[in-house]
Ligand binder design. Sequence first.
Ligand code: SF4
Ligand code: SF4
Length: 294
Amino acid sequence: MAMTKEQRAAKLRELEQKIASKKGIGALYGLAKGMSVTMRTMLKPAITTQYPHVKPDLPERTRGVIALKEENCTVCMLCSRECPDWCIYIDSHKDVMPPKTPGARGRTRNVLDRFAIDYALCMYCGICVDVCPFDALFWSPHFEYSTDDLSTLTHEMDTLAKWMDYVPPPPALEDGAEDPVEVSKEAVSYGAPAVAAPVATATAPAATATAAPPRTEPAPSQEGAAADSATPAGGTTEAAETQAPPAREERHDEEPPQIDQEAYDAAIAQGKPDREARALAKRAWILKRRKAQS
Ligand code: SF4
Ligand code: SF4
């Protein structure tokens, strides 16, 4: 009767033990076995990647570093509180915004002054990305930020925002799935091409008219973020203060991201789903704006 794999391995182990127990022969057997392993390894081709001369071919969603989408952050502090290493530093102040209806009280909103992550402490657990309720933190596949000085591993929000450029667009939805409601709303309020949100514009024309201005918290720019780092980290100001610093006023007037028609058409021509095409088009628009501003 043929022996199973386990039986053969057990028999071999038994034989090895017998040989090893014999003086002299045991040592020789051990030496021969070790050399056979060495020879086998020597004959295998090397799989070393010659980094940095050759870039590794990493998966698209590699967890390289955490990036910040600054305009989405509401300073809720959840990420900072949940971080097991306490390596997220956030400073903010409150701005008083004009009331929505005449005669009402002014609305206060948190404005991010500083968002920094100390990557010397971070253990890349991803809890901050998971707990952020406003999709402000993302895993970015960028990984080339090593340094020989630990004190330079605290990265501020202008750097974290730049790393957003590496974040791939969201994966395509399954066939037949409807766009999430946020995407339809975004398409309407950002003035997406007519083909981008046919349902939203066709079925709710009245909503379209009122949805255009509702984005009351426009996206700040990278330059604004860079300017922030020069301002002192503020605590919470009194609600009675009605004047925001001039730099902050500029940030509120910043135009929200638009859909780049050219990039959108190119993505659609490549057969990308509408949702992914819009994400790519918006990214292209942001990159163009940054280029124009630099
Ligand atoms: S990945 Fe983990 S350790 Fe790093 S900042 Fe986020 S929560 Fe903190
Ligand atoms: S990144 Fe997300 S969880 Fe952290 S403060 Fe901003 S909105 Fe809150």
